[in-house]
Design a protein around this ligand. Structure first.
Ligand code: SF4
Ligand code: MG
Length: 335
């Protein structure tokens, strides 16, 4: 299918008292129309910052330093990073063509306004519907995301709903304007396993119904196995491997991916499981190791090479890549 969103060379950093942290360090990612891209990695690898960069939601002391983010969902493609903040196309993306859901519903639900008021406002902004039509659509959306008795719940405040219900309400808000892309940043991490499973099923069925693309950010390999078409594995601000989901699980290339997958025995039955602990901790991005930033934790590291030179990104064709020197001389692979 066609590319909907193309991120190239994205660099996003934060100023700290100890210097500038490059949270996202040259990321290339493509989301295809109607498909699910899962971005997986440990906490602090830059996956959330990548997601927030797409809608220009990175706040001071952070800023986007380089790259392009091309949106192809309009007749005329444009680079989100080149838009003026007052550009109407940016407002149309945020909460319109691109819906976004977060780990914490509190991040996007206002505590002192009813669920309905928040839905109705978003619906009116993006569709121009009148109040009555917007309320009817709000109730319909709450019903679609599986909130029982939506005619009553529409007038509830967030604190009157359970965590799972708030998550559903947030999904309803994200879906208000029939987005072509839903960005979900660990939306089920704070929920119990049963609710998690229900929310994932919901996202899958809504995706099929609305033909949305989904960019799903997670540290949970069970979720990846269940939802992804394509997978990007991130480590310390870089994408170290890209593959279709089946290829990734059947034949991981990057030593980091291999370690992550090592303890996921049954595909699709492992939902709710965190990434296995692998030796060593994620280095502080302020003190990024020289050469391959994974080398202090890599069982296959080559002394004198991996600790000195940044490995090339190897292209295996068909959308498969791995940034690792082990494949540099393989046939059919090009650096
Ligand atoms: Fe390991 Fe070297 Fe490959 Fe990095 S480049 S993942 S250290 S083998
Ligand atoms: Mg995060």
């Amino acid at each position: 299918s066609e590319p909907l969103l193309e991120i190239s060379g994205l660099k996003t950093g934060f100023d700290t008292y100890d210097g500038r942290v490059r949270a996202v360090d040259g990321v290339d990612l493509t989301v295809h129309a109607g498909k699910t891209l899962c971005v997986v990695g440990e906490s602090g690898c830059g996956k959330s910052v990548t997601a927030r960069s797409i809608l220009r939601l990175v706040e001071a002391p952070g800023s986007i330093d380089a790259g392009s983010i091309v949106w192809r969902g309009d007749p005329e493609p444009f680079d989100v990073l080149e838009l003026d903040v007052s550009d109407k196309r940016l407002a149309k993306l945020r909460g319109g063509d691109v819906g976004m859901i977060f780990q914490e519903p509190a991040a996007s639900l206002l505590p002192l306004r009813t669920i309905g008021a928040q839905l109705i406002e978003t619906i009116r902004i993006h569709t121009g519907a009148d109040k009555k039509a917007a309320r009817a659509r709000a109730i319909d959306l709450l019903d679609q995301v599986g909130i029982p008795r939506p005619e009553q719940r529409v007038d509830a405040f967030p604190f009157q709903l359970s965590g799972g219900m708030c998550q559903r309400a947030m999904i309803a808000i994200a879906l208000c304007a029939n987005p072509s892309l839903l960005i979900a940043d660990e939306p089920t991490t704070a929920l119990d396993v049963t609710t998690q499973a229900r929310i994932l099923d919901l996202i899958r069925s809504l995706q099929a119904e609305y033909r949305m693309a989904v960019m799903f950010i997670t540290h949970d390999l069970g979720v990846v196995a269940e939802l992804a078409d394509e997978v990007a594995v991130m480590y310390l601000g870089k994408v170290v491997e890209r593959a279709g989901v089946e290829e990734l699980f059947a034949d991981p290339k990057h030593p980091y991916t291999k370690r992550l997958l090592h303890s996921v025995p049954v595909l699709g039955r492992d939902r709710g499981r965190d990434l296995p602990t692998i030796p060593g901790t994620v280095p502080n991005p302020l003190h990024r190791p020289k050469g391959c930033s994974f080398h202090p934790r890599c069982a296959e590291a080559i002394a004198g090479t991996c600790d000195l030179d940044e490995p090339p990104e190897i292209d295996f064709g068909g959308g498969r890549t791995a940034q690792c020197v082990l494949y540099a001389d393989r046939e059919g692979a090009t650096a």
